[in-house]
Design a binder for this molecule. Structure first.
Ligand code: ADP
Ligand code: MG
Length: 706
């Protein structure tokens, strides 16, 4: 720990990045738009991945899914049809094997480069294709002069997250420029030396230099897997920062007051009027909520529960306590479709009890909107359901006592607080009275993770499904058996059921995925005629997407071909068959979410996981887990256990994106330490805690004003 006194010059993170020669104001603007303005922003702009260009791999030794550098000669070139442009280039080398490069987008100049016999050096991740291995959109160079000698790389190349309008080379130069200005006087260090030594972790400066500029003899495998001590060091500090910011947020929130809500008769009436009995888990969680609501400080509770576990009714019961007190409850969902589903349920349950339910979404406009706003402001609306529209300006509640937010991940902390502020009638001062907050998520995560990811909330789990559901039957089928599926889809549709076909590719490009979905859609439309097939993917306009989703929901389509955009989406109880392509490449959490789209009605449902051989050991275990259980909590535990070193799944998989280095699953073993450190730091050195938070989380979390 440096002995320097805290002073204005200490927090170097606030120093602006000096103007680098050759970088104009336009570039600076683009960088600023991505939050890159200070020196520290550039230091912490960490590589997303590494590319190992220090060697050349013989084509024969390429392995699916393992990125490699290859050098060979063009053996053949093929262009697609006029209506379906595609460029395929076969490259062969001395190992007497061939790999195919595939381009969905290309320019004429590119085609001209690939003359048969031309020498090409390329880098990419091979995947099994129609004829052997294929690399989609590799980075490559064609040697003009055959005698060109180009040296191999001497160290791993860091790959930075792309920034639109800024080339990767410029970005690398900028980061290098910032790194050259890393202070070496220890002023950066925030983790006490004694702790670093105990954990055998490098200093921040050393860690940053290793991560950005790995030495020739660095442990390549560890770096690529994200488990190098340098990365662990950064992950620890980042996790600590998030933990601290959430804890502090919780402390400041709990300093506010809330009106205790205790009266139960209306909730009782709702419970008795339901056409079903609450499950044990629902009762337990509702009891936990009741206890919270009865306190004079705001409830901050997260309810985790698998899809279909019945979270909505628990939320409705809680809302009735607020309404009984003559106050309001609001329920906010991330999409219009989800919000509308809630609206329908709540109206069905609450209106017979005489509770007035109002609806506010983006598409409620003009006079209708004005009327709703009046009802919300006057208190005539007792329960308000909607999308983010609830948080917009001009929406004022008469007396919001309970703010319920569904699907926490899609909103994040800011929005949750924004809805809370609505209840407090504006920016929240110290002694403000704020609404109770209830957050619901359908992505169960194990306890250790929950304690960090939701360190600002108390967590309840609805870990039991209502009785009478037939669990979804899951099978794993090799890709070769794909033709059988056409029959299977026909069979389901002949019984009046509907099916989903999910196209996935682990590829960063939306475009490539959309393209694949388009192709599948066209093929299936022909094979399945006259069944009605629809398509949704992330590149479509929201309007088109919603229109197709709605058509599917209304039974106007038999099969929906989709990318993973349907993960959180419409509830179509009539859909009983889910087919997931490339299932071996998805994480358990995502597979589970996707499968949750079926099995929502009374009919027996099934899920087919299509995979390509050969399966890695981990992929096999994931598919096996999916076949064995439908319990989201079991799957979440297994996910954590299986996601060991060597497997890089995006943060998307855990549903908790937003970290620069840390990965909650990969770094789960650090969490107990993070919790322990965090608690002691808040007690003994709050100033240090503050600096760690501001370094990593910055203004992103608004505890400061709360
Ligand atoms: P989720 O937890 O995914 O939000 P929902 O609240 O939408 O689940 O509930 C799924 C379905 O189960 C709804 O149709 C709901 O009415 C029904 N349901 C909820 N609780 C029970 C129960 N205890 N017994 C039977 N059905 C229930
Ligand atoms: Mg729900």
């Amino acid at each position: 720990m440096p002995s320097r006194k805290d002073g204005p010059s200490v927090d170097l993170h606030t120093q602006p990045m000096p103007r680098m020669p050759g970088v104009g104001p336009r570039v600076a603007e683009k960088l600023a738009a991505r939050g890159l303005t200070t020196l520290q922003d550039f230091w912490l702009q960490l590589p997303r991945q590494y590319e190992d260009r220090t060697q050349i791999t013989p084509i024969r030794l390429l392995q699916p899914g393992v990125a490699a550098q290859v050098e060979g000669r063009v053996e053949g070139v093929e262009r697609g049809f006029r209506y379906k442009p595609m460029l395929r280039v076969a490259i062969g080398d001395d190992s007497r094997a061939t790999v195919v490069l595939r381009f969905f987008h290309f320019r004429a100049a590119q085609v001209a480069q690939f003359q048969v016999g031309a020498r090409v050096r390329l880098y990419g991740t091979p995947k099994p294709g129609q004829h052997g291995l294929e690399i989609v959109h590799p980075s490559y160079r064609v040697f003009d002069d055959d005698s060109d000698e180009v040296a191999l790389g001497e160290q791993l190349d860091p790959v930075y997250p792309a920034i639109e309008g800024i080339g990767p080379a410029t970005l690398r130069r900028l980061i290098g420029y910032a790194l050259d200005r890393l202070p070496d006087d220890g002023s950066l260090e925030l983790i006490p030396q004694e702790l670093r030594e105990r954990l055998q972790l490098p200093t921040l400066r050393e860690a940053l230099l290793t991560v950005h500029r790995p030495a020739v003899d660095a442990d390549v495998a560890a770096l690529i897997a994200g488990r190098h001590p340098a990365q662990r060091r950064l992950a620890l500090e980042e996790l600590l920062a998030h933990h601290l910011s959430l804890r502090r947020q919780r402390i400041s929130q709990q300093a506010h007051k809330a009106r205790p809500l205790k009266q139960m008769p209306l909730a009782e009436r709702l419970r008795k009027s339901l056409p079903f009995k609450l499950t044990g888990a629902q009762k337990r969680v509702f009891d936990e909520i009741r206890v919270d609501l009865a306190k004079p400080s705001p409830m901050l509770r997260l309810v985790q529960g698998d899809v279909g576990s019945g979270k909505t009714v628990v939320a409705a019961l809680a809302a009735m306590i607020a309404v009984q007190h003559g106050r309001q409850a609001a329920l906010m969902a991330p999409t219009e479709l989800l919000a509308e589903q809630h609206l329908n349920n709540l109206r069905r349950w609450l209106e017979p009890l005489g509770v007035r339910v109002a609806w506010l979404a983006g598409k409620v406009t003009g006079r209708a909107r004005k009327a709703v706003l009046e009802q919300v402001a006057s208190g005539e609306a007792q329960m308000v359901v909607g999308t983010h529209a609830l948080m917009q300006e001009g929406v004022a509640f008469a007396d919001l006592a309970l703010a319920i937010v569904d699907e926490q991940h899609r909103f994040g902390v800011h929005q949750r607080l924004a809805l809370r502020d609505k209840g407090a009638g504006g920016a929240v001062g110290k002694d403000a009275i704020v609404p109770h907050q209830l957050v619901m998520t359908a992505t169960p995560i194990p306890r250790t993770l929950a304690m960090t990811a939701y360190a600002d909330l108390d967590v309840s789990a609805i870990d039991e499904l209502p009785p009478g559901r037939t669990p979804v039957q899951t099978v794993a089928l090799s890709e070769e058996r794909r033709p059988e599926l056409v029959q299977r889809i026909r069979g389901a549709c002949a019984e009046g059921r509907q099916a989903y076909w999910v196209c996935t590719l682990i590829d960063d490009s939306d475009e490539v995925i959309a393209q694949a979905a388009q192709t599948t859609f066209e093929e299936l439309s022909v094979q399945l005629a006259p069944l009605r097939v629809g398509l949704v993917h992330g590149r479509m306009k929201p309007k088109e997407k919603q229109e197709t989703m709605r058509a599917f929901k209304d039974g106007e389509l038999d099969l929906l071909v989709a990318t993973t955009v349907i993960e959180v989406g419409v509830d179509v109880p009539n859909a009983s068959l889910m087919i997931i392509e490339n299932a071996e490449r998805l994480g358990l959490a995502q597979l589970h979410q996707l499968r949750g789209r079926v099995g929502r009605g009374s009919a027996a449902s099934s899920c087919v996981l299509l995979y390509r051989s050969p399966l890695s050991g981990l992929a096999r275990q994931r598919l096996e887990t999916m076949r064995q259980t439908v319990d989201g909590f079991v799957i979440a535990e297994k996910d954590l256990e299986l996601r060991g070193p060597g497997e890089l799944l995006g943060t998307r998989q855990t549903g908790l994106a937003g970290f620069r280095v840390a990965d909650l699953a990969r770094d789960a073993d650090l969490l107990p330490l993070v919790q322990e450190l965090g608690e002691s730091m808040l007690k003994t050195s709050p100033e240090l805690a503050e600096r760690i938070v501001s370094r990593w989380v910055g203004g992103a979390v608004r505890y400061a004003s709360a």
